[in-house]
Design a protein around this ligand. Structure first.
Ligand SMILES: [Mn+2]
Length: 427
């Protein structure tokens, strides 16, 4: 991890400017009737999980360009995740992927994580690739495959993931399948969905009583004509069918361009089926770009729905926040630190929305001022709030600058000479 002295030194250098900015923002918010200390407390309590696969350099279907010091195994990955949390104080949990990060000894992995202040979030199954030694191929599907033996194998893999998850302290399973078709007529839509529901019910039957099951939908890719869990409607049908502890997971990139994702989020909150998020950003499709890098206003509008639900004190409202993105041209640690901060930024901005004024505008059909009420919150530079939330628990006022000053990448590059893939995939 980063030497605490480096963080202290960097923070000392930045502290006078930070304190001045924080005081100025506090005065400004005070005039708007907002107590900055309350906002800092809420922001500090807002966390997001990082994906184990995210700390390796990602790739496209054309190429992958590994950077120096690529993590060699799940232990290296946890070390990198620990640095992200150490500097940002935002990412205390890691979302594991099986089999890419299958632990040889789950108890040892759990201890390794705990020593670094980390726990585990939802565990991710993988039936979109064939695994080594696997008897039956998923080329034509997994949980919805026409052959019951292939479906049974895919169900067994998910139950295996639950077992690993229990051993490391996870309490949720995320199921995303690549099942779908590339040609009209290739699959019977209803029969395929029925087979999927039957398989998902078998997984659900193996879910521990304190666990949640997340169903992740995706519009297209790798199947390009149809996917079995194409949209939030299919996801909602599936989650509703299998049981109360099944929920819908919204990956921001798994929608057609210009889809109103914040409205999907609102609908799922309304029906009590919002399980959580895979945060990322996109311009064209499932681009897996860094959260908030392309459409920060959209990210704000999504978080605005979450804050609205928090304000309305919806019972049992506890969506999981996870990042799911692919870092092709950046240092993954830097990207994940910035992305975690962008998600917190959108949350902080959403906390600043004057909800009484917004409701007044909505009831009075004042479209322009309603929009301006949101924009006013979005335009507020909340960086001093984010920095304060990090700083007060030992994090960095400026995580990227501190990370670079510490020379972490060069240090691990010396210790990790053999760069290899490590399963930097995209889901
Ligand atoms: Mn995802």
């Amino acid at each position: 991890m980063i030497e605490p002295g480096v963080i202290a030194q960097e923070n000392e250098r930045l502290l006078p400017g930070h304190e001045a900015d924080f005081a100025a923002l506090g005065e400004h918010l005070d005039r708007r009737g907002v107590d900055i200390a309350t906002v800092v407390d809420k922001v500090a309590a807002f966390s997001v999980a990082v994906p184990s696969w995210g700390v390796g350099t990602g790739g496209t279907r054309f190429a992958r360009f590994p950077g120096p010091g690529e993590p060699r195994d799940i232990y290296d990955k946890l070390d990198d995740c620990a640095v992200i949390h150490q500097l940002t104080q935002t990412t205390p949990r890691v979302s594991l992927h099986i089999p890419w990060d299958r632990p040889d000894d789950p108890a040892r992995l759990k201890a390794h994580a705990a020593e670094r202040g980390l726990g585990f979030d939802a565990i991710n199954s993988n039936t979109f690739q064939d695994q080594s030694g696997q008897l039956r191929s998923y080329k034509f599907g997994s949980l919805s495959h026409t052959d019951p033996r292939t479906r049974t194998q895919a169900v067994a893999h998910n139950l295996d993931c639950i077992e690993i998850g229990q051993a490391v302290g996870s309490t949720a399973l995320t199921v995303w399948i690549a099942d779908g078709s590339n040609f009209p007529g290739q699959s019977h839509f209803s029969r395929t969905f029925d087979r999927y529901l039957e398989s998902l019910s078998r997984i659900y039957a193996g879910l521990p009583s304190d666990w949640r099951l997340f169903v992740e939908h995706k519009l297209f890719e790798p199947a390009f004509y149809s996917t079995v869990i194409q949209d939030w409607g299919s996801s909602y049908l599936a989650a509703t069918r299998v049981g109360d502890r099944a929920f819908c997971l919204v990956d921001l990139g798994h929608h057609a361009p210009n889809t109103n994702i914040e409205m999907i989020v609102a609908r799922l909150i309304h029906t009590g089926k919002l399980g959580g998020f895979h945060f990322n950003d996109s311009k064209y499709g499932d681009d897996d770009l860094d959260a908030g890098s392309v459409s920060p206003y959209r990210l704000f509008l999504v978080l605005n729905e979450l804050v609205d639900a928090e304000d309305r004190a919806i019972p049992d409202f506890k969506p999981a926040h996870m990042i799911d993105q692919s870092h092709n041209v950046t240092d993954p640690i830097e990207s994940l630190m910035v992305s975690a901060s962008e998600i917190r930024r959108a949350y902080a901005q959403a906390l600043l929305v004057d909800r009484a004024a917004l409701a007044f505008c909505q009831d009075g059909n004042d479209a322009l001022l309603a929009s301006e009420t949101l924009k006013r919150a979005f335009r507020t530079d909340v960086e001093p709030i984010l920095a304060e939330a990090r700083r007060r628990t030992g994090g960095a006022i400026d995580p990227v600058a501190t990370y670079r000053a510490a020379g972490y990448r060069a240090t691990v590059a010396a210790a990790r000479p053999a760069a290899r893939s490590g399963g930097g995939g995209i889901i």
